[in-house]
Design a protein around this ligand. Structure first.
Ligand SMILES: [Zn+2]
Length: 522
């Protein structure tokens, strides 16, 4: 048993949650659930980044106090964790949580005591929506490449963090693999960024420009912390940095796996700035950074104003939580971007969930009722079956996809290969014909039918166990239909051969009801 700490990035709350953040929550949730099932001492954090100037501007546009705006929008993010069945242990809010406000100030002081904070005049081009400075070379036609708006020219005295001092150490972390970025292409991207040399960065702004919103700099009331500087510290303030020494020791300092799941646009903050900040105060850096790409809709950037946004909560209401989780885990590759379309979502739902998995469960449970009065029969020992072979590939695929590396498709593909094999076994073995022959006194047919039904029930048991970190609700409903309760030893339960003859199955209920597309899309 080890320990494991996983976080999402904390999103800005100036807008409603979008499908891209749902992806991040589900990815982190799968990692947390996997490690809990593997008996690791696991802690899973998400939350909201609330000290951004964008919130002040959004509140001004709406004519409401900033606090009211961040409270309301933070609630939408919290509600999304419920809609997606996210198993986070904690939810931190950077504007309102005293742990964070106190911890972030302590962290600043520690950097200052290390000699890494200094003050100087600064003039730069600032995109408020990105909350970062751009160099002239980084702009596209004089505009922010992300938002296509002209940045503000900002000129003021700021505090700076001495990032340049850590170029060698951050480079060593990446080169030695003490800090691993997934996928490998993102690891190389971070290395290339460090190799160009690191410049010190501004970590404060004037109180006036921040409109009085944010966390003030210790010892200087006229300056407020740069939102990224305070936001990054959430990963440790939530664990009790500066406020709860025991928990912080347990989940950060003594923990061999400190994992951040993030989007590709904030790689540099997590793979370079944040490790350097931690080195400055003498704390260990993260060990793993899992980076996902962007989601587009119908080939276009997702944007509410363009009408190309996808509301993840609405999607779960329409299709069910696990259908959305499945789409995010199986249709989004670990590297590169992915495109969402209503048609492709409906196709995946019908093919993989309703027809393949849903159909297997329905027909297996129905046949056990019809042919064996609802009781799983004892198998007649036969040579190793194809289903046993497919099932034995599942535990190692889970390990490779969810622990050794990061590619949840490996895990799902192994599980769905078992599902397909089981459906093929039904088609080839023709249980209805066996039942007819059995009825006419053919003992061989009875034995073959016993063995088939046992193997199908056992396949479903393995599938239910294997889906626990991925599609937890489906796993529970499937196990309940099989008359099973979760086993305490999950790794053991993944092994073929666990279902007992005599197990009484429940009533067949569809896990993924078929959708009438013409009706659901109207
Ligand atoms: Zn921007």
């Amino acid at each position: 048993m080890g320990s494991y700490y996983v976080t999402t990035a904390i999103p800005y709350v100036n807008a409603e949650p979008h499908l891209g953040f749902a992806l991040e929550l589900v990815q982190a949730d799968v990692l947390a659930r996997y490690h809990r099932l593997a008996s690791d001492d696991t802690w899973f954090l998400t939350g909201t980044d609330e000290n951004s100037l964008t919130n002040v501007l959004a509140a001004e546009r709406e004519g409401v106090p900033v606090r009211e705006l961040v409270d309301r929008n933070a609630e939408a993010f919290r509600a999304l964790t419920g809609a997606l069945d996210i198993s986070n242990d904690d939810f931190i809010r950077t504007a309102t949580d005293p742990r964070h406000r106190e911890g972030a100030r302590r962290f600043w002081q520690a950097c200052a005591e290390a000699g890494d904070v200094y003050r100087r005049p600064y003039r730069g081009l600032y995109c408020v929506r990105c909350e970062r400075f751009y160099t002239v070379e980084e702009l596209v036609a004089d505009r922010c490449p992300e938002h296509e708006v002209a940045p503000d020219v900002v000129e003021e005295e700021n505090y700076f963090f001495q990032l340049s001092r850590y170029t060698g150490q951050v480079s060593d972390l990446l080169d030695s693999g003490a800090l691993r970025v997934w996928p490998a292409s993102r690891h190389r991207e971070a290395q290339a960024f460090v190799a160009r040399g690191l410049a010190d960065f501004s970590i404060s702004r004037t109180e006036a420009r921040a409109r009085g919103w944010g966390i003030s700099v210790p010892g200087d009331r006229e300056q407020v912390m740069y939102v990224w500087f305070d936001a990054l510290t959430n990963y440790i303030t939530a664990l009790g940095y500066g406020t709860d020494a025991d928990r912080f020791q347990r989940y950060w300092i003594d923990n061999p796996r400190r994992v951040h799941v993030i989007g590709k646009d904030i790689l540099r903050f997590h793979a370079v700035y944040w490790p350097a900040m931690l080195l400055s105060v003498g704390l260990p850096p993260p060990t793993d950074i899992v980076v996902h790409g962007f989601l587009t809709r119908d080939g276009r950037r997702m944007s509410k104003s363009l009408g190309t946004g996808v509301d993840p909560t609405a999607l779960t209401r329409k299709w069910g939580t696990d259908a959305v989780r499945y789409w995010l885990l199986h249709e989004v590759p670990p590297s590169g971007d992915a495109d969402y379309t209503d048609e492709a979502f409906a196709r995946v739902y019908a093919a993989d969930l309703a027809n393949n998995l849903g159909n297997l469960v329905q027909r297996t449970v129905s046949m056990i009722h019809r042919f064996r009065a609802g009781v799983v029969p004892a198998p007649v020992p036969t040579a190793a079956s194809r289903l046993a072979v497919a099932a034995r590939a599942v535990p190692s695929a889970l390990h490779r996809g969810l622990d050794e590396a990061w590619d949840p498709r490996l895990a799902l593909d192994a599980i769905f290969a078992l599902i397909s094999s089981a459906n093929r076994a039904v088609a080839e073995t023709k249980p209805w014909a066996l039942a007819r022959d059995e009825h006419e006194g053919d003992a061989g047919a009875r034995h073959r039918l016993d063995s088939l039904l046992w193997e199908l029930a056992e396949s479903l048991r393995v599938i239910a166990e294997a889906l626990r970190p991925l599609l937890p609700e489906t796993s529970d409903r499937l196990a309940a239909q099989l008359g099973l309760t979760p086993a305490p030893d999950w790794r053991g339960a993944l092994q073929w051969g666990g279902i007992q003859a005599g197990t009484r199955v429940g009533a067949p209920t569809p896990l993924f009801p078929r959708r009438d597309r013409s009706r659901s899309e109207r």
